[in-house]
Design a protein around this ligand. Sequence first.
Ligand code: B12
Length: 358
Amino acid sequence: MSSLSQTISTIAKQEFGFSLVGIMLAEPTLTFNHYADWVEHEYYGSMEWIHSDGRKEKRMDVRTIMPSAKSVITLAYSYYTEDLPEGVLNDSSRGIFARYAWGRDYHKIIKKKLIGIIKRIEEEMGYSIEAKAYVDTGPILERTLAQRAGLGFIGKNSMLINSALGSYLFLSEIVIDQECEPIYAGRMRTTPDGVTSSGGCRTCTKCIDMCPTKAIIQPYVIDARKCISYLTIENKSSIPEEIRPLMKNRIYGCDICQEVCPWNSTKKSKSHQSDFLEADLERQAPKLIDLAQLTEEDFFERFKGTPIMRSKRRGLLRNVAVALGNWGSREAVPSLELLASDDDELIRDHAKWALRQC
Ligand code: B12
């Protein structure tokens, strides 16, 4: 007879498409000290929500968010989608969206799956349970939990990397009030402090060397204030002028530290195709000139239900202005003139800077 843990793992994989499932007992978070140091150094920039209103303490132990918690199910959903050709990535007339944003919003899709799993667990048990489902937005150190449950190791780029599937993985968790037998999903054991000593990175430093803004200030530590992902999505104000040229054509998030990672070019990591992201150039790398024309209504129409809504039109067009400036072509001038007269001051200021680059 299979245990509750095995049943949960089978349900999550076979019925809901998760690639990796690990289960552990609800215990204090092992790498909390690294997070506390990171907060201390203010590497979070303007993401106050990452530590304010008691959210720092909550990350110490999942039992602070659900006192009845007995086990944590950690899951990874692979979203690998065929790589963009080098010619597209380096085409300065196009704006590159990060891979996770090439389609519908994963928060909604994964959350629905997690709720489906909880219902199935209840069906199997024959009674209702207390459970909470998280994907990205909860006060949880998701990578740490995933590593602890054996889903992979934390790389020098701070990504949770699975040695077969690479790092294009969405992480999520279900905290439940049932005691489950732990399932360790991997082979690589963690050290007592929860950190894989050399991890699978060994001497490789490609992500550190290739990050255009040098945001990986030391192995495993990202200064978000320098990270293109933060600057283009979470940052709601001006992008520092000295960083703008380094962003090239990345207009929404950034995957460079994953694109250069050897663990993302293994045969197995490339054998998967995401079932909800689109391999469509218009979603992945549209022409900057087209994006510059977007009105509020166009923006909503084009991006509703996708992660791009987070930056709003003003954030996206600010980034588009920077990328048009980095293109530096005379062809960009009419679009930049349009943006330089936008109602939004943030967009106007970045467009004026960009016009000076053309
Ligand atoms: C805030 C945040 C960001 C910030 C800060 C990122 C960062 N590295 O801290 C910004 C906006 C920059 C960001 C960017 C991205 N993010 Co983000 N982000 C988060 C969020 C909400 C919190 C992360 C956090 O707490 N950071 C603080 C640091 C200190 O914590 P940490 O990254 O978990 O690091 C721990 C380990 O590194 C560990 N550790 C292990 N070994 C060692 C060794 C040493 C020596 C040290 C010091 C530490 C250490 O200690 C740390 C804390 O305990 C999580 C979701 C979540 N709730 O966890 C998603 C999450 C981490 N992001 C995710 C993604 C996909 C991205 C992007 C790829 C998106 C994109 N394409 O633009 C980039 C990747 C950039 C990068 N290299 O990190 C995924 C990562 C999946 C994965 N496979 O790892 C997550 C898990 C969301 C999800 N549910 O899938 N993100």
